[in-house]
Design a protein around this ligand. Sequence first.
Ligand code: HH2
Length: 398
Amino acid sequence: MGIETYPQAREELKRIGVDPRAWEILAQKALHLVVKVEKVSLPAANILKQEMLGLGGDAALARGVITGEAKSSDLLLLGNLRQLDKLSEKLSHQPFGLDGLAQDLKGTIEQYKEEKGGLLDCRGRVLDLSRRPHIMGVLNVTPDSFSDGGRYLDPQLALRRAEQLIEEGADIIDIGGESTRPGADPVSLSEELGRVLPVVEGLSSPEGVIISVDTYKSQVAQRAIDAGAHLINDPSGLRFDSQMAQVIARAGAGLVIMHIKGKPKDMQVNPQYDDLMGEIYSWLDQGAQLALQAGVARERIVVDPGIGFGKRPQDNLVILRRLDELKGLGYPILIGPSRKSFIGEVLGLPVEDRLEGTAAAVALGVAKGAKILRVHDVKGLGRVARMAYAIAEADGAF
Ligand code: HH2
């Protein structure tokens, strides 16, 4: 059998009849991780290699580190959860930036244990992502979004739609005032505010439902937070507006850091990757560093590979197949495959006919570790996500 999660490991130890006092330690030993660390300096790489060998694990690094020819190297830490936990303790007092790496490793380990890392705190509204997948319902207040454009421009219609999404089981309502579909033109600040604010102001979300605003503009984020938004879904991953991270940090709001290559206007013009998952991983990691440096707390951050944002159709398929690699970042993963064109490419179907294709992406995304699913069809895809999760987590203990 394959044990992939910490709760699974504990469950299996329990089933075998292991002494409960040993569950914690043995569960940590049962889980093996590969953690990628980029551009490590020569002295730091040498320390990491030695420490990992000393702990009974290993570290893979460039040959030039051994010969002294390389100035830095990307590095894979290879070990079980316990060895990596011990490593992070040892590194916390080390120079060469290793204290920072110790912090990151701690976050990754917590995420794997699904303790603290399972909680998402958005201005005091907390989702426990370790119990079940959560659904972010899409509400675009735009004339031109690729699938629901023009339907909810009237604030009254948008509010009614939000209520419907909540009734259907959405945990988060994601309100967007600017389409980021390929080729879309940016909209002005006043236009976006005029679309988004009436909906945020008018929406009295019940306790437990999170209001999210999909924007890369810090001024929209600030006004939306003032009007009651709890989460900012930034499709630029903090890269288009340098004030965004501070606005979010000050408010204690949640933050989705999404990967995008290029800008919506040109992102689908011949996107190319040498190392698709490596590029997305380090881009999200750097985005998270920007957030942490600005004072955004770790438990407020979510990462998203940005399906369809500067990706070829096959890139989107690979992202879904290899999604679990992003778990190493140590943050909950969100995916937004809903009705997107890669589904149209595979099935040869128009946007209004992509529900089943989206369901497949949701199910496999959940199996690979997605904790939040951004979808238009909340009721049906919420069921798909819950069912996929039940299968992925099944331990035979009913
Ligand atoms: N996709 C879209 C918009 N925002 N946010 C996150 N975090 N992840 C996504 O995959 C994502 C997103 C695009 O979808 P949609 O909102 O339906 O279309 P449009 O951008 O045309 O409004």
